[in-house]
Structure formats: C-alpha cells, structure tokens
Design a protein around this ligand. Structure first.
Ligand code: NAD
Ligand code: MG
Length: 402
C-alpha cells in the first residue's frame, strides 16, 4: 500500500505555494495537505483552508485570534499558530512528513533549518536559506538523516541529471569521482537581456517584474532582472552539490527550455528540458523517486525555435560577479550579500532607488560591513547577527543615496 505523504506548505499563498497546491489538489490520495502558512493575503489563505481543510495553519502573530475567528465563522476547526514560532512548530510537527519551504527570503531560514534537524523531507524553494546557512543546513540534513530535494528549477534539473548514487545520498558522494566535471546553470537573462545598461537604469517596477518566461513572486522577479537570482542560485548549487564556485558555470539561455546541465568528464552533457513551469520540478520532488502528472504543458519540440546560449555580461549584471566573490570569501559574505540584496530590492519595489542601484548597494555592503568568518559550527544566532548588521548598514547606504 502506498502511504499518504503529509505535507506542510510554508509560504502557501505565494507563487510556489500556488503551483504546489495545484499539484496536491490533483493527487488527493497520495498527499494530505496537513498544514499551510501565509503572511500577507490572508483572504487567500482562508480560501485555501476551505479548499484543503488542513489540520494546522500559521499566520502572523497579530492575526492569530482574528484568523481563528474567521475559520470558526466558516465552520472550520483548524489549529491556528502564529509567527516565526508557529512556523517552527509546524516544520517540526511529528505528523508532518514533507515540508515545502516556499517562504521568500531570510524569513524562511529558521523553519527550514528546524525541518532539517527534525529529519523531514524538505522540498526547498527558499534558496536564501542555503545562501545564508549552506554549511549549517547541509550538516543538519546529514546529521538528522533529512532529505533535501531542490525545487528551484535549475537545481532540480541538475539533481535529475546526476547519478542515482549521488541523488540518494544527499550529495555526500564526491561528484568528481563520479565523473562530474562541471555544472551548467542556465539563466533566461531576464527582461533586460536585450536592453542597454542605460535602459535598465530607467526601468520602473512594472518593467522589472515582468519576466519573459516565468511567472514568479516580486522579489525573485527583481532578482531575475538584475541576475542576482542566478548569483544566489550559484551559491545554492555550491552547497547542494558540494562543489566550488569555479566548477559551476552560468550560461544565458533565453528560451528557458533547458533548465540546467551536468557536464561529465567523458564529454557528455546531460540536460533536463521542459516547459518553463515550476509545477514540473515541484512534482518531481513531491513524488521522487517516482513520477506523477504535474499538470504542466508538455514541451512541443516541433514548435521550438533555435535554442541560444550566451555568455553573461558581468558589467551589466554585476550581481552575478558579486555572488562569485562572496562565495569565494565565505558564508559570512554570502549572508551580507543576501541581506543587502533583500533590503535593496525592497527599496526598489518601494520606488526609492533605481534597478541598477541594487548592484552598487550590494557591492558597498560587501566591502563595508565587517563580519567575523563563519564555519559549519556556526549557529543560527551567529548567522542572524550578521544578517541584521548587514541590513542596518544597507539601510544607511540607501538613506545616504536618497
Ligand atoms: P512569493 O512572494 O510569491 O510568496 C512568498 C510566500 O512567503 C508567501 O506565502 C508569503 O506570505 C510568505 N512570506 C513572505 N514574507 C514572509 C515572512 N516574513 N514570514 C513568513 N512568511 C512570509 O514568492 P515565490 O515566488 O513563491 O518564492 C518563494 C521562494 O521560492 C523564494 O525563495 C524564491 O526565490 C523561490 N523560488 C521561486 C520560484 C518561482 O517561480 N516563483 C522559482 C524558484 C525558486
Ligand atoms: Mg531558479
């Protein structure tokens, strides 16, 4: 008999949450939606509670009572927990088999880390958790026999192209001894690939968040426009696949059909292809090592135009260069970069700075914020202290600019 997987979707009201829940809705016998969380858009969360009838739900602390009342009014008896502590309670709930980590930004780190320490199966969308705490996260996964399955499409593609022995050991097997020469992360290049730096400088929020191929949350859409997203993904890949940054190449592939590749020492390149739809990597990770229907449009090979591969321009997309620098410098620097970037992206979305200022702000933060070196023995408090210091400094940088 196949066991029903009990799932907690953290970040259920977002774009990854949407894609995940549409798959879960289509496979009610295989998956039980046990818990949901949402931070904004609580009307949407209420509708999801009505649709899926989870056992537990997490909302911001200030909304616990009012949300519990709203659930009661529609005849639902659901346990409501609140805030960061509520997320941790859900992520470690003994009833939960699988945690879908789909909260955006640093806010997703604590719940993802405790899920690892509770030995859960983690479907990781929240790349910022690995950028901030890669060594600590991977050590927790190994020590507590958790399972970490990437749903970021590039990392999911690479995972699918790696030997099964590596897949099933949480990357504890040496890649190079299995013939892995390099990984190739594909990038769409975002909405400004064909535009000049001057045009990018003038871009407003609506232009920046309008991604040519993918429909995503606001923060990751801005990250795609600056290519910081690929920088964060480079760092994510180093941790997930235990490789130094110089073994991971970035290639712009504007069609977003090849989601990434593994290059082997014999000259073989293995690639995963598909429509640009997050439902495919999410369904892969949900059902791994089996396969289920994801509901995504099958790829029509005959309708494909030429597939292009372009070298990224590191002057125009300086964030990608900064990510490599930070990865070489160590985790303390990747924490600073991530924190500065979150603050800068929020300032851009609030129309306080230009899109192209984001890279400058990130670079200033990286050079100016003095932080101690961290290793795998660091704890979450050490990480959050650096994150906090970098955020405060970045606010100062922005205040001086505006
Ligand atoms: P989104 O903005 O659409 O959704 C974010 C979710 O997190 C929402 O449910 C929101 O309520 C919740 N949230 C926001 N701030 C929070 C806080 N402080 N505390 C608790 N919850 C909070 O974002 P998204 O596009 O779904 O992305 C989610 C994560 O997945 C990001 O880390 C992103 O980089 C990654 N990712 C997204 C995509 C995509 O296609 N959208 C692809 C790959 C990876
Ligand atoms: Mg991605």
């Amino acid at each position: 008999m196949v066991m029903t997987q009990r799932i907690a979707v953290l970040g259920a009201t977002g774009s990854i949450g949407d894609s995940t829940l549409s798959i879960l809705a289509a496979h009610p016998h295989d998956y039980d939606v046990y818990a949901l969380s949402g931070y904004q858009r609580l009307d949407k969360l209420l509708a999801l509670c009505q649709q899926f009838e989870p056992t537990r739900v997490c909302v911001p602390s200030k909304d616990v009572d009012s949300f519990a009342k709203r659930l009661c009014d529609v005849g639902l008896a659901i346990d409501v927990v609140g805030g960061a502590a509520g997320l941790i309670e859900i992520a470690t709930d003994p009833q939960v088999d699988t945690v879908v980590a789909a909260i955006v930004g640093a806010a997703g780190l604590p719940s993802t880390l405790v899920a690892a320490r509770a030995g859960k199966r983690i479907l990781l969308a929240n790349k910022e958790a690995l950028v901030m705490a890669g060594e600590v996260m991977i050590a927790a996964v190994k020590a507590h026999n958790a399972t970490l399955l990437p749903i970021d499409s590039e990392h999911n593609a690479i995972f699918q192209c790696l030997p099964v022995s590596i897949q099933q050991n949480n990357s504890q097997i040496h890649q190079v001894s299995h013939g892995v020469r390099r990984l190739w992360l594909t990038a769409s290049g975002g909405p400004f690939l064909q535009q000049s730096f001057a045009q990018m400088q003038k871009a407003g929020v609506a232009q920046a968040v309008k991604h040519p191929n993918w429909s995503m949350g606001q923060k990751i859409s801005v990250d795609s426009a600056t290519m910081m997203n690929k920088g964060l993904e480079l760092i994510e890949a180093c941790h997930l696949f235990d490789l130094p940054e110089d073994k991971i190449k970035v290639v712009i592939h504007p069609q977003s059909i090849i989601h990434s590749m593994v290059e082997y020492s014999d000259g073989s390149f293995l690639a995963q292809l598909g429509s640009p739809d997050m439902k495919t990597p999410i369904a892969h990770a949900l059902s791994y090592p089996n396969r289920i229907d994801s509901g995504s449009q099958p790829l029509d090979l005959f309708a494909l135009n030429d597939l292009e591969f372009i070298k990224p321009d590191l002057q125009k997309f300086a964030c990608l260069r900064l990510a490599r620098q930070a990865m070489q410098a160590g985790t303390q620097s990747t924490i600073v970069l991530n924190a500065a970037n979150e603050v800068a992206v929020a300032a851009f979305l609030a129309e306080q700075i230009r899109l192209t200022d984001i890279a400058d702000i990130n670079e200033q933060a990286l050079t100016q914020v003095a932080v101690p070196s961290l290793d795998a023995s660091a704890d979450i408090e050490d990480i959050l202290a650096i994150d906090d210091k970098a955020r405060r400094h970045t606010h100062d940088i922005i205040a001086k600019m505006t």
